[in-house]
Design a protein around this ligand. Structure first.
Ligand code: SAH
Ligand code: SF4
Ligand code: F3S
Length: 440
């Protein structure tokens, strides 16, 4: 028997890239590849890349440069670039870094077996098509591999919103939803492999409108279907756009016990002037009203968000409006970024805010979010929460998992097992996690 070939895959960017990396590993498994955690003994290196900000994209080139010696020592090593940089830059990647043998976009990676075989013959291979055939249809012949009690499942891909700063509509293409029966089949497959929590993924997941048994099905309809899957205990979804938060989905947060009380709902800015220039098509007021309605349906829901500071033409007053909105919402956590100019997007052509101004605003915003995060965490102390344990913690005898509200929780208890959902009393709140003890 020949020894298996080794694949080293490194993932950048969002959860969908994590999902895609798992699927790429599974598809290459059919070609005799097994995963390795080090590039040193790999026969194939794949970087699954992100194009969202300049820094993310540039990281890829510095990482590739590090493989020069490996490639010199092992000329038949295949080096591939997948993901959103592959889609955005295509052949340019090989011009900038001739070490690269293979470039494959997010919509064509199901073709990796043929692409890899071609690359092995010494040809340079590029596939950044948006093919007619559905990648998920090809992928379904490759079983999902068990990777623990939680899993991502892509249900919707692409974006038609064209926010003025964002590359995603160009790298992932237009919005497409997978049919309900395929998603349910993949979910059951995951549950059979020990998964107890599924996070439904989409660039605009709440715009989901897949073909269902009775016609078009909304995300709430899909969640109702998943609610009936025996053995699946927890459902989450990300990322949502405020404009697609329909009544049935809000109601589901009050009605579906498996739907976890956590919602990532990016707003980007609290200034209506900036939101308009961002092409976000919601206002600060409409966002706040929405949060109110969601909290009416599920009072303990934890809200998280995304923010950009220093978007072109953002004034001090605009930034203050963002800080005011944050004060009002009281976030459980949030992701915030300095605006990064992305060539080809409308905002790239506009008057830019100086770097030091964006940085200073980002620092102030992050300090406020951190205060809110700690206030929310501190309020959990003394409360009883559900925790799905995932793996042993750093200390001996420790087990870590996530609470219903997605807080990292650790307990020191030899009886706690990965995959177990337990009731835990929270004892203390740390920087980014909570400590608790099992309730008998
Ligand atoms: N589809 C998701 C987000 C995708 S990108 C949504 O609409 O919410 C994730 C986050 O990256 C965005 O919410 C935004 O805050 C940030 N982002 C996108 N483009 C950016 C840019 N050019 N500069 C800085 N941050 C950006
Ligand atoms: Fe990007 Fe806006 Fe689409 Fe989100 S909604 S992926 S920020 S264009
Ligand atoms: Fe990055 Fe592409 Fe995701 S640009 S954030 S990897 S969709």
């Amino acid at each position: 028997m020949t020894a298996p070939k080794k694949l080293f895959i490194k993932t950048y960017g969002c959860q969908m890239n994590v999902y895609d990396s798992e699927r790429m590993t599974e598809v290459l498994g059919g070609q005799g590849y097994v995963e390795t955690s080090s590039p040193d003994d790999a026969d194939m290196i794949l970087l699954n890349t992100c194009h969202i900000r300049e820094k993310a994209a540039e990281k890829v080139y510095s990482e590739l440069g590090r493989f020069r010696k490996l490639k010199a020592d092992k000329p038949d090593l295949t080096i591939g670039v997948a993901g959103c940089v592959a889609q955005a830059e295509g052949a340019e990647i090989m011009r900038r870094q001739p070490l690269v043998d293979l470039v494959v976009g997010p919509q064509s990676y199901h073709r990796l077996p043929e692409l890899e075989a071609k690359a092995r013959t010494g040809q340079k291979v590029i596939d950044t098509d948006f093919p007619e055939e559905d990648k998920f249809e090809t992928l379904k012949s490759r079983p999902r591999a068990a990777r623990g009690p939680t899993a991502f499942l892509t249900v919707q891909e692409g974006c038609d919103k064209f926010c003025a700063f964002c590359v995603v509509p160009y790298t992932r293409g237009t919005e497409v939803s997978r049919p309900v029966d395929r998603i349910l089949a993949e979910a059951r497959d995951l549950v059979d492999r020990g998964v107890r929590e599924i996070t439904l993924l989409g660039q605009n997941v709440n715009a989901y409108h897949g073909a269902g048994p009775d016609g078009d099905c909304s995300l709430a309809g899909l969640i109702a279907g998943l609610d009936k899957v025996d053995g699946l205990e927890r459902i989450r979804y990300t990322t949502s756009h405020p404009n697609d938060m329909q009544d049935d989905l809000i109601a589901a947060h009050g009605e579906c016990a498996k739907l976890m009380p956590y919602l990532h709902l990016p707003v980007q800015s609290g200034s209506n002037r900036i939101l308009k220039r961002m092409n976000r098509s919601h206002t600060a007021e409409s966002y706040l009203r929405l949060i109110e309605r969601i909290r009416a349906a599920r009072p303990d829901i934890l809200i998280s968000g995304d923010f950009i500071t220093g978007f072109p033409e953002e004034t001090d007053a605009d930034f203050q409006a963002t800080m005011d909105l944050i004060e009002e919402v009281k976030y459980g956590t949030a992701y915030s970024f300095k605006y990064s100019t992305r060539p080809g997007t409308p905002a790239a052509e506009r008057p830019q805010v100086p770097e030091d101004v964006s940085s200073e605003r980002l620092q102030r915003l992050q300090a406020l979010i951190t205060r809110q995060q700690h206030a929310v965490q501190d309020a959990m102390v003394g409360r009883e929460v559900g925790v799905l344990f995932e793996k042993p913690g750093r200390q001996p005898g420790q087990m870590v998992g996530k609470s219903d509200h997605l807080h990292a929780v650790h307990v020191s208890d030899p009886t706690a097992q990965p995959g177990q959902i337990a009731r835990v009393r929270i004892l203390s709140s740390g920087t980014n996690s909570l400590a608790g003890k099992l309730i008998d």
